[in-house]
Write a protein that binds this ligand. Structure first.
Ligand code: FMN
Length: 172
């Protein structure tokens, strides 16, 4: 068993890179918030990914938040390589607010990033993005928090995905 699975379940995201004919989408679990002000996020991308080439070239990426309803597309994004996979997917790429890299209309949110740092750690590159724009489904993020009815996606093991129970446990 891969020891990194001890950190699972993890959320699964889509990373959009490139634009026009070169636009590409891959699945990524290894995504995190790094700073609130300014808002910065990081994603670990293997140099073997087509996405790595596109982020390195354009210095931008968009983190899209899929729902369980997008699982088929997430799986294609995470198992096929290069922009040709988009013709097998049911997503619509739409212009972003601030980046040339497009957003995904069907996603619950799109977080537009400009690369401010890229550093290799072992077999992945850690791309740090400053968030320059975002868009989201207002029903999926009502009253400033995620609405769990929208089935936010998480990853348990290679082919196994889960979503959150629609129940809130309060601390007080
Ligand atoms: N690859 C990474 O480099 N980083 C990740 O965080 C990552 N997470 C993944 C999560 C899931 C659920 C799946 C299915 C795959 C993940 N991958 C990750 C693998 C890439 O998504 C996969 O190699 C993809 O085919 C790369 O596409 P590309 O070559 O078009 O960029």
């Amino acid at each position: 068993m891969n020891a990194y699975r001890l950190l699972y379940p993890m959320r699964t995201y889509l990373v959009v890179s490139g634009h026009g004919e070169e636009a590409n989408v891959m699945a990524a679990d290894w995504v995190t918030i790094l700073s609130h002000e300014p808002f910065m996020v990081g994603v670990a991308v293997s140099p073997r990914r087509y996405t790595h080439r596109l982020i390195s070239k354009y210095k931008e990426f968009v983190i899209s938040v899929p729902s369980l309803d997008m699982l088929r597309d997430v799986w294609i994004a995470g198992t096929k390589s290069g922009p040709s996979k988009l013709k097998d997917m049911n997503i619509t790429l739409v212009p972003s607010m601030k980046t040339e890299t497009p957003s995904i209309r069907e996603a619950l949110a799109n977080i537009e990033c400009r690369v401010v740092d890229a550093r290799d750690y072992g077999d992945h590159t850690w791309f740090v993005g400053e968030v320059v724009g975002w868009s989201y489904n207002g029903e999926a993020f009502k009253n400033g928090k995620p609405n769990l009815k929208f089935k936010f996606l998480a990853h348990a093991a290679w082919t196994d995905f889960v979503t959150f129970e629609d129940k809130i446990y309060k601390t007080e």
